[in-house]
Design a binder for this molecule. Structure first.
Ligand SMILES: Nc1ncnc2c1ncn2[C@@H]1O[C@H](COP(=O)(O)OP(=O)(O)OP(=O)(O)O)[C@@H](O)[C@H]1O
Length: 795
């Protein structure tokens, strides 16, 4: 910070405005010292600050501004808690009420022993206070109090000197706490994986400031870690071809080294990351260590479940008799594949059921539960101590559907496992005490969640996994459901026949035909329940406004009309369409209350989607709700703006700081809509989204529609989606399963040799870089500004 900056030192008298969204505050201070021409005793200070307490003294640096309405104010860029200086001030500081248990005598002793930089000494080493014999608890209290008052500001001050704005500084501080500066000067590249909003380029700039050389191992390792995370999240693969990784690393590192020299350093960087347990390199593939471990762990848990299955003790005749009774009570006659599914599920440790919409998956789950209870003499009374059935799905909505159809408790997988939806989940080791576990919407379950789920299963449990393998794979890396099915290790039934009886419905048949590769231009023909409106990308918003407006004229509630799009950005992207539709169905009118968060206006009746899991409020990622109340800061005792949202009967009040957990939901991503169905689906697809257009995307979007489907946009975008079969994700779960079940890869049958090592230690087979370099190096691939977080839903 330049020395000629204007400053004020003073005590905060009254904070009269605080915006929790961006930490902006306005307050007055009583001036103690300044280098500015200012005659008053007080001055109004504005700016973004972390903690500011009334009656405390701070130094503010910044400049004077002349506010058109409020006159002269001091706009602070940085601030620091004032430190007591000199022996006298220090003694009265330590003997103040802030430090209970320290009187004047002890304060004198601290300053005499530790000198005038006692505060720094204690912050650096809490043992510095040992000579006072205060005991651990009291010593900790003092250190905590000092850290609270002094270290936060020091860190934030330094982060702003590094050029981080307030939002990023706050995120960084929340992550590393008082160790922030140590952590980031030691290795600025750790910010890339740890902090949302910091990419390799930003970390690289910081590294330049810290004089970290271009070929420094930390830089090379930072680039490799960033690339692996970005590639895992963008492709959904759980492994990366090593030569591809190296080519990309060479492109973003661009140091002054000779290419050969840099190649060796990249190889060394990978070796070192492998030694550090961050990445794994095996047979020319590179893995994030936690994904690598997860695939192994899943394979071993599946083996354990299979090995500990105790079998069943009823006969075929008994089964047929029970099923007949069940059919009578459910008023359904299961077709042969459905009957097979129920029987297989009851006679195997692990059973996989896949089928498109309307093929009877839900009806089969009902049958499985009923038949399981009868044949195993198990209770269906959830309040009974002996109740041992767990039903769960990855989304709240799918879980609710399961609960309603079975009449038994069903919940999200997160809730079942007691997960919080935060990073801590990775270290959670829950256990599941049930005898029958049924998971619906399995295609949405990613590698890490499945690992936690299946590791929680106890020996002897029967596991039934249900889903539609042709839908989009999970948002997170992996394609668990397809891999389990494709391994051919587990009993599997693939349902093909559609049982929905809506005679006039052509939507489900269309979806099935698209999935089977049978459709070319049928999609463009208008039918009673679906239509296609061709228009340019630029016209999509206008066409959409008209459709939405007409649908409400025809009595459709906006809650039943869902626009689904593949991407957030662009004229036909989710963000733009949300604001366009909001203007049609819930516009701003004079005297209407509204609040602003970023660029988004929220009004009563707005349809919103929840973006995180908050088990304590019983609201989960993907749930759609309606704003039913806006309480402004001036209207409540907490003095914060609040939104009251009704999530299907569950009213949740969100303070402004939590509004980042919601978004408008007139239009949502197709990924987010998985597991949900809507009366009417409007699907805009345009050529600009070509990166995303695949058959399983179109299939997933179409199958969300129950009654009406309106497709809008470029004909070629739809044609491309129909013809573009989705490439399989690159994963290694199948091989891990083969290893765990001792199956030879080229000969899928069980190997008898029990002595063979189950899991070999990961080896470092580093491809020589010459092999890599024999292929042309990609030109700059534009990854510098990309961070792993860019691939997460809702950014
Ligand atoms: N064997 C059957 N005989 C008659 N009707 C059936 C049969 N199986 C399923 N159905 C009916 O077909 C419809 C679709 O079944 P279900 O909801 O179980 O399928 P699903 O695969 O779960 O579909 P989705 O994934 O779309 O929810 C339901 O109305 C159900 O009652």
């Amino acid at each position: 910070m330049a020395d000629d900056k204007e400053y004020f030192v003073g005590t905060v008298k009254a904070i009269f405005f605080e915006n929790p969204e961006n930490l902006f505050k306005i307050f007055t201070i009583k001036i103690k010292k300044t280098n500015t021409k200012w005659d008053g005793k007080d001055i109004v200070v504005t700016g973004s600050f972390g903690n500011i307490s009334e009656e405390e003294e701070y130094k503010f640096e910044g400049h004077m501004v002349d506010h058109p309405k409020y006159g002269k104010q001091f706009k602070a860029d940085t601030y620091q808690h004032s430190r007591p200086s000199g022996k006298k001030e220090l003694i009265s500081f330590f003997s103040s009420d802030e430090f209970p248990g320290i009187g004047k005598k002890k304060a004198e002793k601290i300053v005499d022993t530790l000198g005038e930089n006692a505060i720094d000494k204690i912050l650096q080493d809490p043992n510095a206070l040992d000579f006072l014999n205060l005991g651990e608890e009291k010593t900790n209290l003092i250190v905590e109090q000092l850290s609270k008052n002094h270290q936060t500001e020091q860190v934030l001050y330094q982060l702003s000197n590094f050029g981080f704005g307030n939002t990023l500084s706050t995120r960084i501080f929340q992550k590393y706490g008082v160790n922030t500066l140590e952590k980031i000067t030691e290795d600025p590249y750790r910010l890339v994986t740890d902090i949302k909003g910091v990419g390799f380029k930003r970390a690289d700039e910081l590294a330049r400031n810290l004089n970290i050389p271009l070929d420094d191992p930390r830089r090379i390792k930072g680039a490799l870690v960033q690339l692996v995370a970005v590639l895992n999240n963008s492709t959904g693969d759980t492994l990366i071809e090593q030569d591809d990784l190296f080519k990309r690393a060479l492109a973003i590192l661009r140091s002054n080294n000779q290419l050969d020299e840099l190649k060796v350093k990249i190889e060394d960087g990978l070796k070192s990351l492998v030694n550090d347990g961050v990445l794994v390199s095996e047979e020319g593939k590179v893995y994030d260590k936690s994904l690598f471990d997860a695939e192994w762990s899943i394979a071993q848990s599946m083996k354990m479940i299979t090995d500990t299955y105790k079998g069943f003790d009823w006969t075929d005749i008994e089964f047929s008799k029970e099923l007949h009774k069940i059919e009578k009570s459910f008023k359904v006659k299961y077709d042969p594949s459905q009957e097979k599914a129920i029987k297989e599920s009851l006679t195997h440790s692990v059973f996989l059921l896949t089928g498109g919409p309307g093929t009877g998956k839900t009806t089969i789950i009902n049958g499985i539960v009923a038949a399981y209870a009868k044949l195993n003499d198990a209770t269906l009374d959830p309040s009974s101590e002996d109740y041992a059935i767990a039903l769960a799905a990855p989304t709240g909505r799918a879980a609710k559907h399961m609960g309603e159809s079975t009449g038994l408790p069903a919940m999200t997988i997160h809730r079942l496992l007691g997960l919080t939806g935060t990073e801590d989940d990775e270290f959670a080791e829950p256990t599941l005490n049930c005898k029958l576990l049924i998971i619906d919407e399995m295609s949405m379950v990613d590698t890490k969640l499945f690992k936690t789920l299946i590791d929680a299963v106890q020996p002897g449990t029967q596991v039934v996994l249900v889903g539609d393998k042709d839908q989009l794979p999970s948002v997170g890396p992996g394609q668990i459901f397809s891999d389990l099915i494709n391994s051919e290790i587990f009993s599997t039934v693939i349902l093909k026949d559609i049982h929905r009886q809506d005679e006039d419905s052509t939507i489900i048949q269309l979806a099935h035909d698209i999935n089977e590769g049978l459709v070319t231009d049928e999609v463009f023909h208008n039918r009673s329940d679906r239509s296609f409106i061709e228009c340019s990308s630029q016209n999509v918003p206008e066409v959409l406004s008209q459709i939405v407006s007409k649908s409400s004229d025809r009595g459709f509630d906006i809650a039943d009309v869902q626009v689904l799009a593949p991407m957030y950005r662009g004229v036909a992207g989710i963000d733009n369409l949300n604001s366009i539709i909001q203007d049609v169905v819930n516009p701003m009118e004079p005297k209407r209350k509204e609040v602003l968060m970023g660029n988004v206006h929220y009004r009563i009746n707005d349809k919103v989607v929840y973006l995180v899991n908050t088990p304590e409020d019983n609201v989960f990622n993907g749930e759609i709700g309606k704003i039913i109340g806006i309480i402004l800061a001036k209207e409540n005792t907490d003095h914060v703006d609040q939104l009251v949202i009704d999530f299907d009967g569950n009213e949740v009040t969100l303070d402004r700081k939590d509004w980042t957990n919601i978004a408008l939901a007139y239009c949502t991503s197709i990924h987010k809509a998985q597991g949900s169905e809507f009366e009417m689906v409007i699907l805009p697809l345009v050529n600009e989204e070509s990166r995303m257009l695949r058959r399983n995307l179109l299939y997933t979007a179409i199958t969300r529609s129950k009654r009406l489907l309106i497709m809008v946009g470029n004909r070629t975008a739809f044609e491309r989606s129909i013809s573009d079969e989705s490439a399989e994700r690159k994963t290694n779960l199948k091989n891990r399963l083969f290893a765990a079940f001792k199956i030879k890869i080229d000969d899928p049958k069980i190997i008898e040799d029990e002595d063979e090592e189950l899991k070999s230690e990961p080896k470092s087979y580093l491809l020589t870089l010459d092999m890599v370099m024999n292929n042309a190096i990609d030109p700059m691939i534009g990854m510098e500004n990309v961070t792993p977080f860019d691939f997460q839903e809702n950014k």
